[in-house]
Each structure stands twice: as structure tokens, then as C-alpha cells.
Ligand binder design. Structure first.
Ligand SMILES: Cc1cc2nc3c(=O)[nH]c(=O)nc-3n(C[C@H](O)[C@H](O)[C@H](O)COP(=O)(O)OP(=O)(O)OC[C@H]3O[C@@H](n4cnc5c(N)ncnc54)[C@H](O)[C@@H]3O)c2cc1C
Length: 494
């Protein structure tokens, strides 16, 4: 029997990640894969910071790390530094990897609260290898042993254009056929509404059995054709624009993304081997494009290499990410601002779920339903984590921050914040991406102070708790001293 044709619409990060992964996993046996993209339309191409799960994607693709780092001019990322979020003068790192260690069966966060309530002032960062390595600009790949260093958790910053090109080479080598051209018309089956054929401006027709819509914010198939609907979250996340500009590389090379709160939004700084990526995510209801661009340029620490470019977006998610024979992956499925570098991860997670639910010739609607439930959960739990950064602020120095501080937030987030305030407990929703360490870093980093802690953390005596903390702090600082700087590490990989 003839193999079905799977058509990927779009050749941005989402399109080429889809093409590379699906062709590699299915080895040309389950479908012929065609990717259509238009150079005239171009790509967004600003997604450059990732989270550690990207390493699972690379492992699925059997990527060699050294080769990947060289070809995408990548640097390593140990977390995100947040500047000016809780208060104008505050600064903390959200690390990948652990903060402290439980004592007995009780989590470290409870002992932190116990010590704080007894009058000890300290930073959770001292007990995190990722935080302390980041502060000293150190990095090494973790050894595979039982040492503290083996717990270092990392991701990458990379050049989005080089990343797409890298994936394209791999996808084409695995048999993906690329077609260049602008899609002008999308035909549907008259009864089922399934998408059947794409017609390009050139008149060329591309017929498919299944379509992955990676057309970006326009949602060419999922929205413009299938009207799947969009849930708008801009009342909780009012930023709706971004300005971005590359600048010259500066020293030292930092193994973390920086996010600096600004007058009506925040600015990112992403260090790469050959340049620094910078951007400003802002709320157009509170600041003009001109002022946002000025603030962006003022905040650069190296010479700008171009004029700022602008983008508009509406935060939210597609109500049906899988509709009929179309799955939306990437920006066509929804938009969450890049505060926690989650969009590339959402591409990855959408693809893995799609592989888990790979449809047969007759596409069972149950598959779509399962996919949509799982992706809704992913988007909503990440959304809550991002909203936390805005809500947990004491800033009232601009109308934007006053709005964020006072805004109503989803009940699901209030529930988590209330639990932490009441008892230091971090309650997770099943299946959510961000784990207790991430919540802990942002909650404490933005001054949400618990009133109490787990009574089980009161069992050990003060000396025992102090010895546990001293041992951890010393172990972290000794481990950091053994690490090379990230620049030295990258030089060694060149
Ligand atoms: C300001 C900003 C910063 C970001 N930073 C990060 C980050 O640090 N980390 C992170 O994980 N994510 C980040 N993201 C998100 C990330 O950039 C995207 O998830 C990623 O680039 C995927 O985009 P895409 O491939 O879905 O869409 P696009 O890049 O827009 O690609 C769309 C593709 O569809 C094609 N296409 C569209 N219409 C047609 C048509 N009619 N005919 C033919 N082809 C068509 C286009 O040519 C293009 O190839 C950021 C996003 C923004 C806006």
C-alpha cells in the first residue's frame, strides 16, 4: 500500500524541528514527508534560549553535542537571572537543577523557611550549584558519576537561523522533500472538512493526508482554514509586542539568560559565541514602540549590530491544536512570551505527543481529543508560571507594574501561591513542566515569604539543620572552584 503523505507547512524552527524529528523517528517507513516554506514570508527566527529538555530532543535525533554547539554557535545555559522583578533593586537566578537537598524526607524549602522564621537571612542561591556556577561564569558538562557536579543541569542558547539550517540539513538527509513557494489556496474535502491540497502561487499543487501547521502566528491551516479558535490571555499577560536587536559579544561570556524588568515589560539578553541576542517584550498599552526601542538600545552592553525590529503577538493558545487532519506546532498553536524560554520546548513536546498518538489512515477523533487535552494542560501550567513573575512584585513605580501587581490571576495560580505562603508547600498540577525547584526560585526570588513550614521540618534540632546547610554550601562552593569558565570550555570544544 502506498505510504501516506505528511505535509509540513512552514520552515521556521517549528517546521524544521518537526521535519527532522518525524523523518528521523519514522525512517521514511510511515509517511513521505514534504515541507513547504516561503522565503518571501520568512521566519520569526528569534527563539534562541532553551530549557534542559532540549537535550532529550537532541538525543532522540542522535545529535553529537560538540558538532551541535559548533554549528549553531551555541553557549551553555544554567538558568535565568531576573533583575528588578520582585523589587526594582532585586536580582535572583532561576536555576535549572536542584536547590539544596532534603533532610530526611522533608524538602529543603521547609528548612529554608524554618531558618528564615528564626531570623537567619540567606539566599537560596548559596545552596544551588547551578546558581553559584552561573554567578562565577563557570561551566562544565556534568560527569556521569555520583558527585555533586553530576547534578548540574543545563540547556543551550543558540543562533535560531543556524539552528533551523542545522535541522534542515538533517531532515533533508533523512528524505524530507522541501518545496519553496507561497501557499495561496487551501482546499478541503467537501464533507469532512479535512485539508486535502495546497496550491502555491506558482500553481503547483501539494496533496497530503496529514498536515502539520508550522506557519507561525498566522495559523494558515489551523485558524485561517479550520477556524479552530483562540483563547486570549492578554488580560493576565499584557505584553503584546517585542523589539529585538543583536549586539557585539562582550566578556565575560555568561552561562545564563538575563531578563531585566523594564518600565512596561522586560528585556532579554542571550549570549552566543559570535554575538549577543537582545530584545524587549513590552505592552503597547503602556509604552510606545519608540520608547521601547530606546530602552532596548540603552540597555545593551555591546555595540548594536542592526536597527531594532518589531513583532506583535497575542498571548494565548489555539483552542484546538489538533483539528481534523491538521496539528498546529509552534507559534500557530499559541504564544507565550519567552520569559522562561518555553516555546521551543512546546514545539518539542507537541511533536513527542504527536508521535505517541501517530494516526492511522482513518484518523480517530479520540487522538485529537487526547492531544488537545494534554497540550491545553501544558500551555496553561506554563502560563501560570509566567504570570507568577508579574504578579509577585511589590513594584508600583510605573502604571504597568501597578497593573500587574493588582491584576486578578487564574485560580490555579492563586491556589499555588496561597499554599506556599501558608506552609512553604509547592503543589503541582499533574503533567506540568516546571518542577518545585523552579517555583521555589521564583517565589522566594520575588519575596513571597511563607508564614510556616511542614511540621516534619521541625523535628531535627537546630544544630543538625545548621550542619546540613553548612555542608551543602561548602560542597557547592568547592565544586564551583573546580569548574572552568564557560569561555574556556567553549574554546576547548572549538
Ligand atoms: C520576541 C520573541 C522571542 C522569542 N524567544 C524565544 C526563546 O528565547 N526561546 C524559545 O524557546 N522561543 C522563543 N520564541 C518563540 C520562537 O521564536 C518560536 O517558537 C519559534 O521560532 C517557532 O516559530 P515557528 O516556526 O512556529 O514560526 P515562524 O518562524 O514564523 O515560521 C513560519 C514559517 O511558515 C512559513 N509560512 C507562513 N505562511 C506561509 C505561506 N502562506 N506559504 C508558505 N509558507 C508560509 C514561513 O515562511 C515560515 O517558514 C520567541 C518568540 C518571539 C516572538
Amino acid at each position: 500500500m502506498e505510504r501516506p503523505t505528511l505535509v509540513i507547512v512552514g520552515g521556521g524552527t517549528a517546521g524544521w524541528m518537526s521535519a527532522a524529528l518525524l523523518s528521523h523517528i519514522t525512517k521514511g517507513r510511515l509517511a513521505d514527508i514534504v515541507l513547504v516554506e516561503s522565503e518571501d514570508i520568512g521566519t520569526i527566527g528569534v527563539g534562541e534560549a532553551t530549557i534542559p529538555a532540549i537535550k532529550r530532543f537532541n538525543r532522540l535525533l542522535e545529535v553529537n553535542e560538540r558538532d551541535f554547539v559548533r554549528q549553531t554557535r551555541a553557549t551553555f545555559k544554567l538558568g535565568i537571572e531576573f533583575v528588578g522583578w520582585g523589587r526594582r533593586d532585586s536580582r535572583y537566578i532561576h536555576p535549572f537543577g536542584a536547590i539544596g537537598e532534603p533532610l530526611g524526607r522533608t524538602g529543603f524549602e521547609h528548612y529554608l523557611a524554618r531558618r528564615r522564621l528564626s531570623g537567619i537571612t540567606e539566599s537560596f542561591e548559596d545552596y544551588s550549584l547551578n546558581c553559584m556556577a552561573a554567578k562565577h561564569n563557570r561551566f562544565r558538562t556534568p560527569p556521569r558519576d555520583q558527585s555533586l557536579l553530576s547534578t548540574l543541569s543545563y540547556a543551550y542558547h543558540f543562533d535560531a537561523g543556524l539552528y533551523a539550517a542545522y535541522l534542515r540539513r538533517r531532515a533533508e538527509a533523512s528524505g524530507v522533500r522541501r518545496v519553496e513557494g507561497k501557499i495561496k489556496h487551501v482546499a478541503q474535502h467537501p464533507d469532512s472538512g479535512f485539508v486535502t491540497t495546497l496550491t502555491l502561487e506558482s500553481g503547483q499543487e501539494i496533496t497530503g493526508d496529514f498536515f502539520i501547521d508550522c506557519s507561525g502566528l498566522s495559523g494558515l491551516l489551523i485558524e485561517k482554514t479550520l477556524n479552530s479558535g483562540y483563547e486570549d490571555w492578554s488580560h493576565w499577560l499584557p505584553c503584546d509586542r517585542a523589539a529585538f536587536v543583536p549586539s557585539e559579544r562582550t566578556e565575560p561570556l555568561t552561562p545564563y539568560t538575563r531578563s531585566t524588568a523594564d518600565q512596561a515589560g522586560w528585556r532579554w539578553r542571550i549570549p552566543l559565541q559570535h554575538r549577543t541576542g537582545n530584545g524587549h517584550v513590552f505592552a503597547s498599552g503602556f509604552i510606545s514602540n519608540e520608547t521601547a526601542a530606546e530602552n532596548l538600545l540603552k540597555g545593551l552592553d555591546g555595540k548594536a549590530l542592526a536597527d531594532p525590529k518589531f513583532l506583535r503577538f497575542t498571548t494565548g493558545r489555539r483552542k484546538l491544536a489538533w483539528n481534523r487532519n491538521v496539528v498546529a506546532i509552534g507559534l500557530s498553536a499559541g504564544f507565550l512570551e519567552p520569559l522562561e524560554s518555553t516555546s521551543i520546548h512546546l514545539i518539542q513536546s507537541g511533536l513527542v505527543k504527536f508521535l505517541d498518538l501517530w494516526p492511522g489512515r482513518d484518523i480517530d477523533p479520540l487522538l485529537a481529543e487526547q492531544y488537545n487535552r494534554a497540550m491545553a494542560n501544558q500551555y496553561e501550567t506554563i502560563r501560570d508560571f509566567i504570570i507568577l513573575h508579574y504578579k509577585a512584585t511589590t513594584r508600583d513605580d510605573t502604571p504597568f507594574w501597578t497593573y500587574c501587581r493588582n491584576m486578578a490571576v487564574p485560580d490555579s495560580l492563586t491556589w499555588k501561591m496561597d499554599h506556599f505562603r501558608a506552609s512553604s508547600r509547592i503543589v503541582l498540577t499533574p503533567g506540568e513542566l516546571f518542577q518545585p525547584t523552579s517555583w521555589l526560585a521564583v517565589l522566594l526570588g520575588q519575596d513571597i515569604v511563607p508564614k510556616a513550614y511542614d511540621p516534619l521540618a521541625g523535628i531535627a534540632d537546630d544544630d543538625q539543620v545548621a550542619a546540613h546547610f553548612d555542608r551543602l554550601r561548602d560542597a557547592v562552593s568547592r565544586a564551583v572552584e573546580t569548574m572552568p569558565t564557560m569561555s574556556a570550555m567553549l574554546d576547548g570544544m572549538a
